[in-house]
Structure formats: C-alpha cells, structure tokens
Design a protein around this ligand. Sequence first.
Ligand SMILES: CC(C)(COP(=O)(O)OP(=O)(O)OC[C@H]1O[C@@H](n2cnc3c(N)ncnc32)[C@H](O)[C@@H]1OP(=O)(O)O)[C@@H](O)C(=O)NCCC(=O)NCCS
Length: 179
Amino acid sequence: MFTMKVNENVSVKLLEKEDAKALFTLVDASRKYLREWLPWVDSVEREEDYVPIIETWLKQFSAHNGFQAGVLYKGNLAGMVGFHAIDWSNRKTTIGYWLAENYQGYGIMTVAVKALIDQAFNGYGLNRVEIHCGVGNEKSKAIPERIGMKREGIMRDAEYLYDHFHDCVLYSILSSEWE
Ligand SMILES: CC(C)(COP(=O)(O)OP(=O)(O)OC[C@H]1O[C@@H](n2cnc3c(N)ncnc32)[C@H](O)[C@@H]1OP(=O)(O)O)[C@@H](O)C(=O)NCCC(=O)NCCS
C-alpha cells in the first residue's frame, strides 16, 4: 500500500485493516472535540467498526475514485485526509480532513492538503478542487485560506451535524492557479 512522504515529518499513508486499532484509539481519545465539526464520530463505537470502513476506502482507491489516507506525523498516526470522491465528468473533487486534538498547531494538515491538491492536479489531471468548512470552524477555514484557495460563498444548511444543519463556506482552487 502506498505511503507518500510530504516532508521530513509528515507523510500520507493508505490505511489497511491492521490500522483499525490505531485509528479507533485516535478517534476515541478526541471524540468530543471531533464531534463539534464531523458528522460520523458517533457511528464509530468499537475498533471493529473500522474494518469494513477501511475496506470501503481501499475499494475507493482501487476504483480510481480518489482515496482516504492516514496522516502520519513523525511516524505516528495523527489524523486523516482524503478525497470524498472524484467527479470525472467535471474533473473536480472535494478534500476533507481531521487531526487528533493534540496534533493541532504544527502545520501538519496544511502540508498534507497541499500534497493532495498536487495529486489532484498533477496526478489525476483534475481541473478543480473544493474544500467545504463550517462557517464557524476557524481552524479548518484557515487551511484553504493559507493555501490561497478562493472563497466562493456560503452553502446554506450544507451539512447535518447530529441535531442541526449548519452552513459551510465553499473554497475552491483551479489547476491553472496551482504552481
Ligand atoms: C481543522 C484542523 C485539521 C486544523 O488543524 P490545525 O493544526 O490548525 O491545522 P494545521 O495542521 O495546518 O496547522 C496549522 C496551525 O499550525 C501552525 N503552524 C506551525 N507551523 C506551521 C507551518 N509550517 N505551516 C503552517 N502552519 C503552521 C499555524 O500557525 C496554525 O496554528 P494556529 O491556528 O494556532 O495559527 C483541526 O482543527 C481538526 O481536525 N479539527 C476537527 C475536525 C475538523 O474540523 N475537520 C475539518 C472539517 S471541514
């Protein structure tokens, strides 16, 4: 399975079922914090829950439909980054990400997202990459802003979070804008 070195400390790795324990441990320790912005946290209750999920992710990769990858910091699993799917007709995709609480503040996700944008444009030959962030999710919005993505506007009630809809900011970048 592939591992892509992003810089000296950060790499991105396709997860396998052997990674279920490390992934579950990471999520379980950051549950309350992750739950504020991610809709899937309650659906993962046990380590075993990740086995079929990881299989689905590997199928996505095999189907040439993007991938979901672990983000490693100094060799330890710190979070995940991935393409939701690829819209080949329109040559575009959307990137999603999360980090465990104690891995925030090192610039890990910014470089990981840059690596995925590079893969989208120079690997897959896509034309457009989107990132959707909750309007109040300042740390998440800082990533596309730091990268220089364009803020296109607000998508009203774009995501359901446990008991309420929330608005998201739509960011995008085109291949012609990527160096
Ligand atoms: C969104 C999330 C990944 C952002 O994490 P993050 O650590 O702020 O992002 P990065 O890894 O890119 O690090 C940037 C931070 O590191 C700092 N930093 C240190 N070295 C850096 C470097 N070389 N390059 C960039 N930033 C660096 C930045 O100043 C910034 O810290 P600040 O917010 O205090 O200014 C994280 O908060 C998270 O997972 N939240 C919960 C889930 C979530 O919201 N997911 C997104 C849903 S849309």
